[in-house]
Design a protein around this ligand. Structure first.
Ligand code: GUN
Length: 282
């Protein structure tokens, strides 16, 4: 019988642990860890993500501030906002919700955040440190996946690990983290020839391609661990992952559901990074 990897339960437990550490931090330093989130424009998905981050901060006792800027804000205005937050000792973590409007260069914005406050770990200093295996922060989604593997006693060491997707936010750092833990990693993407030949070899398959129910039972190996990072709308309008869960369930040894798998872990890791940032700054 396959194990359903319960990200919601792991998240709830971790958030309790983080809330307890936040209290300890307050007792020790007389201040509260804080996160500032900048959101530009009205993208509906981003609005939902930012609200979830705000709620999770409040539950963990982390102070959060949301700065809402209009769609037509200039790059210069956004950069000067980040400069002010970098200089503000009361702000421990800074996150700029992506995507940004087309007229703003995301790279310039992400790299302007002080690396010590870059709780997304998207800035180039943190990316480089992750490459070298010498880091304080990991990007929240891949970090959440690793945490789930650890807490379910699944080690990538010596295993064939296949990552679907090569984004800077998920696929690339995911591959790096699996490699750091001695997995043999293959990264597949939209130009990969015979993708299923790769996925069928995977002991651990991580999918982050954003295609509803793309991974079918005939694409996975018997007994594989399947981690589904996708959040998509299926033809029925319901939320679903990249993996056809019903089809694959009988074949896997463990699988994450959508919703309730990787999703809640992403926000939990952001709380953890904010706490780490606060500790490092004090
Ligand atoms: N947009 C989608 N995912 C993310 C994320 O993890 N961080 C930020 N800042 N924006 C996102």
């Amino acid at each position: 019988m396959a194990t359903v990897i319960d990200g919601k339960a792991v998240s709830a437990k971790m958030r309790e642990e983080i809330a307890a550490e936040v209290k300890e931090f307050e007792e020790k330093y007389g201040k509260t860890p804080s996160l500032t989130v900048i959101i530009v424009g009205e993208d509906p998905a981003s609005q939902v993500y930012v609200r979830n981050k705000e709620k999770a901060c409040a539950q963990a006792g982390i102070k959060s501030e949301i700065i809402r800027l209009p769609e037509d804000v200039t790059e210069e205005e956004l950069l000067s906002k980040i400069d002010a937050l970098n200089a503000d000792a009361e702000v421990n973590g800074i996150l700029v919700q992506l995507p940004l409007p087309k007229h703003i260069n995301e790279k310039n914005i992400i790299c302007r955040i002080d690396p010590k406050k870059d709780v997304d770990a998207f800035g180039y200093e943190n990316v480089g440190r992750i490459m070298s295996g010498d880091y304080d922060f990991l990007p929240c989604t891949p970090a959440g996946v690793m945490e789930l593997l650890h807490r379910y006693g699944i080690s990538p060491a010596g295993k064939e690990c296949v990552v679907l997707g090569r984004s800077n936010i998920v696929g690339k750092p995911m591959a790096m983290l699996l490699m750091h833990e001695n997995g043999t990693v293959t990264v597949c993407h939209s130009k990969t020839a015979d993708l299923a030949a790769h996925t069928r070899r995977a002991d651990i398959l991580v999918s982050a391609i954003g295609k509803a129910k793309f991974v079918k039972a005939d694409m996975i190996k018997e007994g594989a661990v399947v981690i589904d990072v996708g959040i998509n709308r299926g033809e029925d309008g319901k939320l679903c992952g990249d993996v056809d869960f019903e089809q694959c369930f009988d074949k896997v040894s463990a699988i994450t559901p959508v919703p309730g798998g990787v999703g809640p872990m992403t926000v939990t890791m952001l709380l953890k990074n904010t706490l780490t940032a606060a500790k490092k700054q004090n």
